[in-house]
Write a protein that binds this ligand. Structure first.
Ligand SMILES: Nc1ncnc2c1ncn2[C@@H]1O[C@H](COP(=O)(O)OP(=O)(O)OP(=O)(O)O)[C@@H](O)[C@H]1O
Length: 293
């Protein structure tokens, strides 16, 4: 999609969003509440036309070519809606019917999402997490080439979340392309080939998780050796900072800074106690990017 914009009255929720999702990859949209993830996904789903910009799904316009695109796309919205008196098996059978022979068998699909044991209870008796899994079953029953999932694991317990991740990995192995939004950074870290971080309707960072994180400084910490002042420490790429007797170095060049520091310590016969060195985490990068005013 290119330079997508979406306006609700006088408020512009999507302000020039561009990204491409490659065939067979999992692309995750991240962002704080209200960043524009759902508004963007709905444009990809063809639920609305963008105010400006272009969106192509499987090479087509998702509004104009809706029938063709929807036949090959599985969608899971933030809130699915099923008649509460149907059972999961009945709801899924109806939905599977719209895909003809291409559809996955209903029993297999319920098994896939871990709902086989709940096939014949009423939807209104399902827990929130089970409803979420029924939504996922609906999204995958038509054997889609593309899955669009809006917060697929919100409300799931950790075990169900891992089950969903396993299912999504299996679909990726089968060549399915997945575009999802999530609030769980671990989900992006576990699954995503690439991510885009949205803030106030614009993409503020994009790339693989490693690439997004690499733009943020790594950190080295150690106890200030007795009898040594900050000034006496060797020059490294980055800045020293002293808090509570511990030295912090924030650097874009972790290996070089660490080599310099260890060489200096060895040359002076100094043991760096409490030494710790690590790259930035996605959490740190996300908080810094998505939260910045
Ligand atoms: N139908 C609507 N009418 C007016 N404003 C809307 C409408 N839908 C969304 N918005 C506004 O657009 C902005 C983006 O909302 P959107 O739901 O796309 O964000 P999101 O990133 O999906 O958030 P969340 O993580 O909370 O689901 C928000 O400020 C929201 O209040």
């Amino acid at each position: 999609m290119y330079e997508l914009r979406r306006r609700y009255g006088s408020f512009e929720a999507v302000r020039g969003v561009s990204f491409d999702v490659e065939r067979g990859e999992l692309f995750a949209l991240l962002g704080t509440n209200g960043a524009g993830k759902t508004s963007t996904l709905e444009l990809v789903e063809g639920l609305d036309r963008p105010t400006a910009g272009t969106v192509r799904v499987l090479g087509r316009d998702p509004v104009r070519d809706r029938t063709a695109v929807r036949a090959r796309t599985g969608v899971m919205l933030q809130e699915g809606g099923f008649p509460p008196d149907l059972t999961p098996a009945e709801a899924l059978r109806m939905w599977a019917g719209t895909f003809g022979t291409r559809a996955r068998p209903v029993a297999d699909t319920l098994d896939l999402v871990g709902l086989a044991h709940r096939a014949d209870v009423r939807v209104r008796q399902l827990s929130g997490g089970e409803r979420r899994r029924l939504d996922l079953a609906v999204a995958v029953v038509g054997r889609p080439d593309l899955l669009i999932l809006d917060e697929p694991t919100t409300g799931l317990d950790p075990e169900s979340r891992h089950d969903t991740w396993r299912l999504l990995r299996g679909l990726l192995t089968d060549g399915v392309t997945i575009l999802l939004s999530t609030h769980y950074l671990q989900e992006a870290q576990e699954l995503a080939d690439r991510v885009a971080i949205l803030r106030a309707g614009t993409v503020v960072a994009t790339g693989s998780v490693a690439e997004v994180v690499a733009a943020f400084p790594a950190r080295i910490t150690f106890d200030l050796p007795p009898g040594v002042t900050l000034d006496a420490l060797p020059d490294v790429v980055g800045a020293y900072d002293l808090t509570g007797g511990r030295v912090f170095v924030h650097t874009q060049q972790l290996q070089t800074a660490l080599t310099t520091l260890l060489g200096w310590a060895a040359a002076h016969g100094i043991t760096l106690t409490g030494l710790d060195a690590r790259s930035a985490t996605l959490d740190e990068a996300f908080l810094s990017i998505a939260g910045a005013a």
